[in-house]
Design a protein around this ligand. Structure first.
Ligand code: OAD
Length: 232
C-alpha cells in the first residue's frame, strides 16, 4: 500500500508561540516597519544600514527562540510517517531544523545565510552582518542577508511545484495567505485532487479554498493533526 504524499506550508504563525512576532497580526513586524524600506532590493539600495540592522535584530531575536509543540510534531511526522513528506516554510528562522525536521525548504531564505549580491555566492551569516561586508568568493563588498525580498523570486519553486503536483494532502499552517506564490499552493494542490487543510488562528485570506479548517493555536492543532496521520 502506498501512503498519501504530504506537502506542508508553514508561516510566521507556527513560530508565534516561540516568541517570534508575525508580520500582519496586530503589532506585527509590518506595523512597525515599512515593507518597502526593509524587505525590497530598492530599500537595501537606498539605506543598506537600516536593512542590515533590521535583519541583525531579527537574527539575534531568533537565536533566543526555541521550537514549540507544533514544530516538534512536524519533525515527528517526518521521522515516523512511512510516506513522502515535504515541509516548505516561508519562515526565515531555523526552528523547524532545531526541532529535528530534516527535509525543509526555505522558500523565503534564511536568517542564518548570507548572499553575495554580485556573484550569488552563499555562506553562513555571522550573528551580526555589516554594510560593505566582503563576499568570501569574489571579494566584492556586496554581502546581503539571504532573504527573498518583495520583487524577488522565491527559492526552490521547481521542487515545490513538482512535489505539489503529486501531493495527496496539502496543509497550510500559520500563514495569512497574503503573499504569493505561497498563497496559491492550495489551488495547485486542489487542482491535482489533494485533500487540503488549513491550521490557523484566524481564517486566512484563502480559507474558502480549503476543504477542511482546524482553527486554533498551532501548538494545539498541529500535534492533533499529526496524531491523526500517524494513526491511519
Ligand atoms: P503573517 O503575519 O501574514 O500571518 C501569520 C498568520 O498566523 C495569521 O493568519 C495569524 O492568524 C496566524 N497565527 C498567529 N498566531 C498563531 C498561532 N499561535 N497558531 C497558528 N496560527 C497563528 O505571516 P506569513 O503568512 O508567514 O515574507 O507571511 C508571509 C510572508 O509575508 C512572510 O514570509 C514574509 C512576509 O512579508 C517576506 O518577508 C518575503
Amino acid at each position: 500500500m502506498t501512503h498519501p504524499s504530504i506537502v506542508i506550508l508553514t508561516g510566521a504563525g507556527i513560530s508565534a508561540e516561540s516568541g517570534l512576532g508575525t508580520f500582519r497580526d496586530e503589532g506585527g513586524l509590518w506595523a512597525q516597519h515599512r515593507i518597502e524600506d526593509v524587505a525590497t532590493p530598492e530599500g537595501f539600495a537606498r539605506n543598506p544600514q537600516l536593512v542590515v540592522d533590521f535583519y541583525n535584530a531579527r537574527r539575534a531575536h531568533a537565536a533566543t527562540a526555541t521550537p514549540n509543540a507544533a514544530h516538534a510534531a512536524l519533525a515527528r511526522l517526518e521521522a515516523e510517517y512511512p510516506g513522502d513528506v515535504l515541509l516548505v516554510t516561508q519562515n526565515v528562522d531555523g526552528l523547524h531544523e532545531m526541532a529535528g525536521s530534516q527535509r525543509v525548504v526555505h522558500m523565503h531564505g534564511a536568517l542564518n545565510g548570507a548572499l553575495c549580491a554580485a556573484c550569488d555566492h552563499r555562506w553562513p551569516a555571522p550573528l551580526e552582518m555589516y554594510v560593505g561586508q566582503a563576499c568570501p568568493s569574489c571579494g566584492q563588498p556586496t554581502a546581503r542577508p539571504d532573504i527573498v525580498w518583495f520583487g524577488e523570486i522565491p527559492y526552490h519553486m521547481d521542487e515545490i511545484q513538482e512535489t505539489l503536483s503529486r501531493a495527496d494532502i496539502f496543509a497550510a499552517i500559520g500563514t495569512s495567505g497574503n503573499v504569493y506564490p505561497a498563497a496559491g499552493f492550495v489551488q495547485l494542490a486542489s487542482h491535482v485532487g489533494a485533500k487540503t487543510v488549513e491550521m490557523n488562528l484566524d481564517p486566512s485570506e484563502t480559507v474558502a479554498l480549503f476543504e477542511e479548517t482546524r482553527p486554533g493555536k498551532a501548538s494545539e492543532t498541529v500535534p492533533l493533526w499529526v496524531d491523526s496521520l500517524l494513526r491511519r
